[in-house]
Design a protein around this ligand. Sequence first.
Ligand code: T3D
Length: 265
Amino acid sequence: MADPQILIEREENIAILRLNRPQALNAFTADMLVQIREALDRLGADVGVRAILITGEGRGFCAGQDLSDPFVAPNPGGKPKDIGHLIDHYYIPMALSLRDCRVPTVCAVNGVAAGAGMSLAMGCDLVYASDAAVFVLGFNKIGLIPDCGATWLLPRLVGRAKAMEMALLGDKLSATDAELLGLVARTVQADQLFGAAKAAALRLASLPTRALVETRRLFDAAQRSEFEPALRAESRAQSQLGFAHDYSEGVAAFMQKRPPQFDDR
Ligand code: T3D
């Protein structure tokens, strides 16, 4: 039987999702995109899971679309395929499941993140990179535009000038430069990456999940909003969260000088 294209483990109250095609630097197949989306939806709905950590097996994180996948490889005779179908039915659902995930997500970028693999990393809430990681869009080299959310995410993270340089010239960015530019939150020595990312996921898992997920949603919504609508959106979210148990628990724990036990999902 073929190796599973993703691996899922549970540790305490976090789930670890590993991209598992190391022979192709974990390049995405259509099947794999479905498996990732289904895993994000299933784990996000599981009340026992309070954070998801995504990483890659082997020396790469993810080389983007597998260019030999029958979904994209030209038909015999060179007749091209409609890759818009792949984007609409596989990439967009996966990108939305990630961005709307009901728990915080952490990405441990253990090696090269290319094409849509870079988009996957950028779509996570916390991105930690190994000092051996490199980031490259690479779409320009195959005549495509950055996708899977990269046109939205990258300029917001690093600014238009650097995003344009990365997209048009397609040069590789080191993890150190990625941290300086704000593409990743932290660069960690390769042998300490998984431990650091897991510790971050466990910390997130101990915090009030709904408030964290609302924070992500409001940060994203505020990008498209004027100042006053952003203030009003904050007020509506705060009002909802104020009715939740995690708020009473957080305040009670503060007053009683004890650690809080958050359990809303
Ligand atoms: O149709 C569509 O494409 C629509 C979808 C768009 C979404 C996208 O993500 S498009 C972007 C697709 N990705 C790329 O263009 C990246 C292609 N890969 C590379 O440029 C390089 O492999 C890397 C910069 C990522 C890493 O370089 P390096 O030197 O560290 O490794 P390598 O030797 O090139 O690759 C190692 C193996 O992985 C190699 O296989 P082999 O020779 O050992 O059997 C290579 O063929 C394989 N591999 C790497 N990337 C892909 C791949 N196989 C299939 N698809 C890949 N994307």
